[in-house]
Design a protein around this ligand. Structure first.
Ligand code: 1HE
Length: 265
């Protein structure tokens, strides 16, 4: 995998590489368990907001024994209330560039996926968890509150009651439980996560870009809208996608026996 000069300039806590159409971002601060300091969060924003042309999917993963220990707690005590609001907004802005950015993002998880680390993972579109993964929101015991989007994204993944339980009691979910409740979509052996994440990203990258755009940007909005607006938006999006040259080519390929069949097993 070659380092690519065309990615945004990143802090030393992040490392980017390119594998074909896939961009791979590694949290590279294992000595601090990939704790997310301001420079790292701003680097994540820079990376996802300026992906080079030709990138069609992305993977984010962590170096060392853990995906991420969350917010860098050593920076916390320096902020007053007003700065705290702006800090949280900065995290929201950065992670918006993942959730509603240019390309689908696969997060590969292992070890601690806690606090802001879980918030980062939740902003991705697909989560692959190695068996070592565990999930927690230790904010309650630290006397703080989530600030990186957990209140919005996590209830959609696992339901408000489970998020409350995690925050109030410090409940920790292991990888298998996490898979069962919807924190991850794929569960793989330790050490196998990155390869699986790249395989999924490469699969995503061959979709029509307009379909990927619709899945990332239109589907979640429809899911949150009233049904009548949702059905209308769906029809409009379906017509836009279907009318594209790429869709016509792909349908023709199938009808002329060149397209892949949908088979199982
Ligand atoms: C850190 C952080 C951190 C480790 N900020 N420095 N997050 C937490 O409450 C989780 C806090 N971390 C831990 O519980 C543990 O570090 C782990 C279970 C993740 C890993 O344990 P371990 O034994 O492998 O490592 P360690 O010895 O605890 O930590 C190694 C170093 O990383 C050590 O620094 P050193 O200079 O003494 O070597 C730790 O201080 C440092 N480190 N985690 C800063 N989080 C937008 S709001 C989001 C709010 C939150 O994310 S709250 C959750 C915060």
């Amino acid at each position: 995998m070659a380092a690519s000069p065309s990615f945004a300039k990143l802090p030393s806590s992040l490392h980017a590489e390119r594998k074909g159409d896939v961009a791979i971002l590694r949290l590279a601060r294992p000595e601090k368990r990939n704790a997310l300091d301001d420079a790292t969060v701003l680097g994540i924003e820079a990376f996802f907001s300026a992906l080079p042309d030709g990138i069609k999917a992305a993977v984010i993963h962590g170096a060392g024994e853990h995906f991420s220990a969350g917010l860098d707690l050593s920076e916390l005590s320096e902020r007053d209330t007003a700065e705290g609001v702006m800090h949280s907004r900065m995290w929201h802005r950065a992670f918006q560039h993942i959730e509603f950015g240019k390309v689908p993002v696969v997060a590969v998880l292992h070890g601690a996926v806690v606090g802001g680390g879980l918030e980062l993972a939740a902003a991705a579109h697909i989560r692959v968890a190695e068996r070592s993964s565990y999930y927690a929101l230790p904010e309650g015991s630290r006397g703080i509150y989530v600030g990186g989007g957990a209140s919005v994204r996590l209830p959609k993944l696992i339901g408000t009651a489970r998020v409350m339980d995690m925050m109030l009691t410090g409940r920790i979910y292991g990888a298998e439980e996490g898979q069962a409740i919807g924190l991850s979509q794929y569960l793989v052996d330790n050490g196998a996560g990155l390869a699986k994440g790249i395989e999924l990203a490469e699969r995503i990258a061959i979709n029509a870009p307009l379909t990927n755009f619709a899945v990332m940007h239109v589907l979640p909005r429809i899911a949150e809208s009233d049904p009548a607006s949702g059905y209308l938006a769906e029809s409009l999006m379906a017509a836009i996608a279907q009318g594209s040259d790429e869709a016509k080519e792909r349908l023709k390929d199938f009808l002329e026996k060149r397209g892949a069949k949908v088979t199982h097993g």
